[in-house]
Design a protein around this ligand. Structure first.
Ligand code: OFO
Length: 174
């Protein structure tokens, strides 16, 4: 195995967190599927995919800088959800946690004078602003709509505009 510097170790931990994010959002998809909120389910499937893309961005970067990717076990996400609002609130909290983690990586890259990592992480700093804004916006909408009734159904139809890339064999065949 190649050398595991502090920076590479921390990037490996971030890969794990990004994959966990995807896992968490897939767990949320399940709630929406069970409640026939297909638009929300579609939005969260796309979100879960985006998290895998985030993980792969770091995964590829670690290899580019001559490091080793060491994949660890992914934590089990929560599976008990009570409402769309609670889900978005949990999502927002999770994104704040990820933002803090990205900022710690930036601090480390600065300390270590790891300029390539600093450059790569700029993308994530901007992305986290978007991630938090996205969840926060939906928390606000759900609070305004009362998290149920026709407003929720209207929101569900709007959420359907965000679709994942083909995920299942059925979709691939379409
Ligand atoms: Fe990877 O941004 Fe969300 O978690």
């Amino acid at each position: 195995m190649k050398k595991m510097t502090k920076m590479i170790k921390a990037l490996n931990e971030q890969i794990n967190k990004e994959i966990f994010s995807g896992y968490l959002y897939l767990s949320m998809v399940s709630y929406f599927e069970e409640h026939s909120l297909d638009g929300f389910a579609s939005w969260f499937k796309a979100q879960a995919q985006e998290e895998l893309f985030h993980a792969m961005k770091i995964y590829d970067f670690v290899h580019e800088i001559g490091g080793t990717v060491v994949l660890e076990a992914i934590e089990k996400p929560d599976i008990e959800w009570t409402s769309p609002l609670q889900i978005f609130e949990e999502g927002l909290e999770h994104e704040k946690f990820i933002t803090a983690s990205i900022h710690e990586l930036v601090d480390l890259a600065q300390e270590e004078k790891h300029y390539p990592a600093l450059d790569m992480l700029k993308w994530f700093v901007a992305e986290q602003v978007e991630e938090e804004a996205n969840f926060s916006y939906h928390v606000d909408l759900l609070k305004m709509s009362g998290d149920k009734g026709s407003a929720l159904l209207f929101m569900n139809s709007k959420m359907a505009a965000r679709v994942p890339l083909p995920l299942s064999a059925d979709q691939m065949a379409e």
